[in-house]
Design a protein around this ligand. Structure first.
Ligand SMILES: C[S@@+](CC[C@H](N)C(=O)[O-])C[C@H]1O[C@@H](n2cnc3c(N)ncnc32)[C@H](O)[C@@H]1O
Ligand code: SF4
Length: 409
């Protein structure tokens, strides 16, 4: 093994496994070439050799005991090749996709929604404008968060601000407010894509999780939107489908897809099981916690995987839609393929403007990551931001990720 610690520390000394990471799972530790102990694990990095060529996605070992970085001999392109540089920043350095939360307010009261337990607030239009100013390379913005975006009184003003700068706008809605006046505004404002969450094809079952929601009203609203769009010659918005499934609804995707398609939905985005993260669980009513049973969650995930394959033969997949529309969701680099990781390359911000590492993390991590106050370049260059991306990219999860399905095991 070749000790490349000097190369690592010259390139990016701040990229280090976080002290708070959960155990590296699913991979036996390897023997360290220096201390001989089974205390080394693999991360992914590009490595340059003496002839100047970069070898992409090489496996670099880090020894927890020695705190050193090594390149195993089997990663050398030839026996006499010697590494001269390393770069572990494999994710996109110029993101173009921003997800920002417009509001935490909502007219539904879904029992699983953390938004109902957060401060009920809207992003200010001024902060929204500052975020756009500070992130001039955005190509697509998702107005999505832990509330109902259309509840924001200036939702359409924000859409127009973004569209006016040439930014595509996409959103996710509970579908309850597609009134005649709103469908006109949605079309005229130029929203490219809006998906609607539907948890069940049965009205009573729908209302049991989407508390305060009425399935017929949602379906009628979707049809109203599709009809208005088509009758008035608008190409957008295209309409997508999302939802959350439980043990008792795990086989409902085909039925939901059929019903949604009959009302104008044409894109299958995704379904998800109940979120088992430790930051979500305390808000679930005790009577609903049996849905967190590992066996049941696993079964729901398997059913979703199975039925999603069938669903995308009936509806367009969201990735096909993005490809057709030239919406780059960002997958420029290759995350560590050896274990579950977070390979999202888009930027997620709370309504405060604070960037968080992922849409499941609802508390700001650093004051230096606020897009209403800092430019995207400043956020991206922040050492903690980079190290967080590095850790997530390699499946080295900070404690706040506990319970996330991506941790595996
Ligand atoms: C938080 S909602 C916000 C947007 C909009 N109000 C809606 O309901 O679609 C976004 C999506 O997350 C899902 N969701 C929210 N909380 C969840 C949880 N604890 N577990 C699983 N899915 C959840 C919802 O079903 C919905 O599809
Ligand atoms: S509709 Fe969306 S934001 Fe509203 S309570 Fe349900 S999941 Fe939360």
């Amino acid at each position: 093994m070749i000790d490349i610690s000097h190369l690592w520390n010259r390139a990016h000394p701040h990229l280090q496994p976080m002290a708070t990471t959960l155990p590296v799972s699913l991979e036996p530790m390897q023997d360290c070439g220096l201390c001989g102990q089974a205390s080394a694990f693999r991360v992914v990095a590009h490595v340059r050799f003496g002839d100047g060529h970069w070898q992409g996605n090489s496996h670099v070992l880090y020894c927890v005991q020695c705190g050193k970085w090594f390149l195993p001999e089997d990663q050398l392109p030839s026996v006499d090749a010697r590494p001269t540089a390393v770069d572990a920043r494999l994710w996109s350095r110029s993101p173009t996709f921003l997800n920002i939360e417009p509001t935490t307010r909502c007219n539904f009261n879904c029992w699983y929604c953390v938004g109902r337990h957060m401060e009920q607030k809207d992003i200010t239009v001024e902060d929204f404008g500052r975020v756009l100013d500070n992130f001039p390379t955005i190509k697509t913005i998702a107005l999505v968060g832990e509330g109902e975006p259309l509840m924001h009184k200036q939702f359409f003003k924000m859409v127009r601000m973004a569209v006016g700068r040439g930014i595509r706008v996409v959103s996710l809605s509970n579908g309850s407010t597609f009134s005649s006046s709103n469908v006109k505004k949605i079309c005229e404002a130029g929203i490219t894509y809006i998906s609607v969450s539907i948890d069940s094809f049965d009205a009573a079952t729908f209302a049991a999780s989407r508390i305060g929601g009425d399935l017929t009203q949602v379906l009628t609203g979707i049809k109203r939107l599709a009809d208005y769009r088509d009758a008035h010659g608008f190409h957008y918005p295209r309409i997508g489908l999302k939802g959350t499934l439980f043990g008792h609804t795990q086989d409902q995707i085909p039925g939901i897809v059929a019903l949604a398609a009959a009302h104008g939905v044409e894109i299958f985005e995704s379904f998800q099981p109940l979120n088992p993260m430790s930051t979500y669980v305390p808000i679930y009513p005790a009577a609903n916690r049996q849905a967190l049973d590992k066996g049941e969650l696993g079964q729901v995930a398997t059913a979703i995987q199975r039925d999603s394959v069938q669903a995308v033969s009936q509806l367009k997949s969201v990735s096909q839609f993005c490809d057709e529309e030239g919406i780059a969701l960002g997958k420029n680099g290759q995350a560590n393929g050896l274990r579950p990781n977070c390979d999202e390359e888009w930027v997620y911000a709370l309504l405060s403007g604070d960037v968080t590492p992922c849409c499941q993390i609802k508390t700001p991590i650093s004051p230096n990551w606020n897009l209403a106050k800092k430019t995207i370049d400043e956020v991206l260059a922040d050492a903690l931001y980079e190290n967080t991306r590095f850790n997530l990219w390699n499946g080295l999860f900070p404690d706040y990720c506990k319970g996330c399905h991506k941790i595996g095991g």
